[in-house]
Design a protein around this ligand. Structure first.
Ligand SMILES: Cc1cc2nc3c(=O)[nH]c(=O)nc-3n(C[C@H](O)[C@H](O)[C@H](O)COP(=O)(O)O)c2cc1C
Length: 182
């Protein structure tokens, strides 16, 4: 499976000011880096699901268990994650490419584009994901146009051990069976 997401047209950096050119080069260079794909979910003040697709998920520390995700300051999810103080990082399978695209769309409701539930600890989890990290926000550092949210992992649940969704060169893929064989 390959689903195109954000193929911006190539531009000539020599026609731009230095700051814009480096920004563009950074986008191109980052496309060469392969990541998994997560959806960060939390609740708004009415209890509705909010969230966004994020590939900036990274493990930080094992003791204590800390993970980070970088959220755009203008994203709806950033404000809700900070206000709520807790959120779930759902690691997507290669069957969840459509969900990744829906949660990468600005605007619109999230409740009706996926199956999800509030678990026994009150965290919103997406059904059939590879793994759920339930995070309590312990630190938020604004860095440029994003904020680094550091969360302490309060609980983890694992779904079926199936193939992950990956992001490379602006496209969502499933891994070939041989690449994920144990
Ligand atoms: C593969 C992929 C990875 C993304 N990773 C991030 C990310 O790490 N942080 C971020 O702020 N936005 C990321 N985005 C963009 C958001 O998903 C997008 O801006 C979303 O519409 C924000 O939704 P919200 O405003 O409802 O929170 C990513 C998009 C895609 C397609």
């Amino acid at each position: 499976m390959a689903q195109s997401v954000v193929k911006a047209p190539l531009q000539d950096p020599s026609n731009m000011d230095a700051e814009r050119a480096i920004g563009l080069e950074m986008r191109y260079a980052l496309r060469r880096y392969v990541t998994g794909v997560t959806v960060v979910t939390t609740l708004d003040e009415h209890g509705s699901l909010v969230g966004l697709t994020a590939n900036s998920f990274t493990s930080v520390s094992l003791e204590p268990p800390l993970v980070l995700v970088c959220l755009g300051l203008k994203s709806r999810s950033y404000a809700h994650c900070v206000r709520q103080g807790r959120y779930t990082i759902n690691v997507l399978t290669d069957e969840q490419g459509e969900i990744a695209q829906q949660f990468a769309t600005r605007g619109g409701t999230r409740d009706d584009v996926c199956h999800w539930r509030l678990n026994e600890r009150g965290y919103p989890v997406l059904t059939a994901s590879l793994a759920h990290f339930e995070c309590a926000l312990v630190n938020s550092v604004v860095a440029g146009d994003h904020a680094i949210l550091i969360g302490e992992v309060e609980a983890i649940s694992l779904g079926e051990d199936t193939r992950p969704l990956v992001f490379h060169d602006g496209q969502l893929f499933g891994l070939a069976a041989s690449a994920s064989a144990h």
